[in-house]
Design a protein around this ligand. Structure first.
Ligand code: NCD
Ligand code: ZN
Length: 440
């Protein structure tokens, strides 16, 4: 088995940066060492920071159906460049991924991916047997609001049936639909994953029902508001829509208060021409999410620990992804090397996603990923790609009983949501300790 030494790394541990050398054994993290032991290959990281690669649990690859918008190769190149080592693909394709046969077709198409991947499965209200037969799916996605694709579920009785039979459900549910689906899940003693939470009212709902819901936030709701939507014009259409400054603040406060479990891009590429022609919804996000978050770290709105927990550790735990999400011995060596000092402007024409435009156009961000390893192989470095075949993740079988309060990934901050970030740093490490204890 080939060994690789990543010499002179800095890694994030308990909110501190630690200098070390990472010894990789084949695809795994072998050990994290103080001494630069010899290996078949030595790569000098030159003191840069190495974080676990992002697990982006919400992306829309457009294959099959609309490969002109994105395919598994382009999405994976954009991901690798963005410091994302695994993505979970949504089912609202044309045709939607609502049968095992269509899931199998996707599995063949996805073999082009450079990075690792998994799949969410669709629900159309008529495919319960298919849901039961689908193997190794991250979730069954329930669309309760109108969006791209024809998967909206119109009656809550089918939602209830699916919640009962699915191993785990992710929901696109805004406002009252969120309230209703959480109350249904809670009655059934289930815990659902709420995609792209975007308003202060929804955050209130999450706060009241931590036992029954995981919360995801998308970068565009953290970094853009309705004012940006107005200046973006036709390009500014996204579901859920960009919201007010007050809603945006509520999302940041919710992160500070430990109410948000994951940050995921909701990468939903549409070509610029398509967007200019008619109202269609969705933003690309793979290549800008880590730079936006690192920029927020530089501005002291987040800690690096927050970034690692929200983009990698928690996604792996929420979806039960085997052996990923932590920089820990025996875990897959999925790594992003980041340069916190590198400053660059976002330019749509430089993006690798097929749609090649960005709602963050022109923003100068400080902090960018510079190299990406997938299961021990260097796949991307400073603008260059190296051959690699991504593979499907393994979802750990879920326990039949509902998750309990103790399994909340980040306990809510007892000081409330407005504690200063320094205090949050302290509590961040505390909550991780608690989490280890809870998991035994
Ligand atoms: C998504 C798409 O285009 O697939 N669009 C979006 O605005 N987010 C669908 C979705 O996630 O709702
Ligand atoms: Zn989406």
């Amino acid at each position: 088995m080939k060994s690789t030494l990543l010499k002179n790394c800095r890694i994030v541990e308990n909110n501190k940066l630690i200098s070390c050398h990472l010894f990789l054994e084949g695809e795994k993290i072998g050990h994290i060492s103080d001494d630069p032991i010899t290996a078949d290959e030595v790569i000098d990281i030159k003191g840069k920071i190495v974080i676990p690669g992002m697990i982006d649990c919400h992306v829309h690859c457009r294959e099959p159906g609309n490969p002109q918008k994105e395919d598994y190769l382009t999405i994976s190149r954009a991901a690798a460049k963005g410091g994302i080592t695994t993505f979970l693909d949504m089912p609202n394709n044309t045709p939607p991924t609502t049968t095992v046969e269509r899931l199998e077709e996707k599995r063949v198409l996805a073999k082009k991916s450079l990075v690792d991947y998994g799949f969410h499965f669709g629900a159309d209200g008529k495919n319960e047997q298919e849901i039961k037969n689908a193997k190794n799916i991250a979730s069954v996605k329930l669309y309760l609001d109108l969006t791209t694709g024809g998967l909206k579920l119109d009656d809550f009785s089918s939602v209830e049936r699916i919640l009962n039979i699915a191993p785990f459900c992710a929901v696109h549910a805004e406002q009252e639909n969120l309230t209703n689906v959480i109350s249904l899940a809670s009655g059934l003693k289930k815990k659902v994953y709420a995609c792209h939470i975007s308003t202060a009212a929804e955050i209130q709902e999450i706060r009241k029902n931590r036992k029954s819901v995981f919360a995801e936030v998308a970068p565009h709701h953290l970094f853009l508001t309705e004012d940006d939507a107005a200046s973006l014009g036709m390009l500014g259409h996204v579901r859920p829509a960009l919201k007010t400054k007050a809603d945006q603040e509520a999302l940041w406060n919710a992160i500070a208060g430990g109410l948000v479990d994951t940050i995921a891009t909701d990468h939903a590429p549409h070509l610029k021409e398509e967007k200019m022609e008619k109202e269609i919804y969705g933003f690309p996000g793979l290549e800008t999410v880590i730079p936006l978050l690192l920029h927020a770290v530089n501005e002291k709105r987040l800690t690096l620990q927050d970034v690692v927990v929200l983009t990698s550790r928690n996604p792996a735990k929420v979806f039960g992804i085997h052996n990923k999400g932590q920089l820990k011995e025996g875990f897959d060596a999925d790594l992003a090397v980041i340069d916190l000092d590198l400053e660059k402007e976002v330019r749509g024409t430089c993006l690798l996603t097929k749609c090649a435009w960005s709602p963050f156009e022109g923003k100068v961000l400080k902090g960018w990923p510079v190299a990406t390893f997938i299961r021990g192989t260097l796949v991307y470095r400073d603008g260059n790609f190296f051959p690699h075949q991504g593979k499907e993740i393994t979802i750990i079988a879920r326990r039949p009983q509902p998750p309990t309060r103790e399994q909340n990934l980040i306990p809510e901050n007892p000081e409330g949501e407005n504690s200063p970030s320094l205090q949050r740093e302290k509590e961040g490490s505390l909550s991780l300790q608690q989490e280890e204890e809870n998991n035994g």
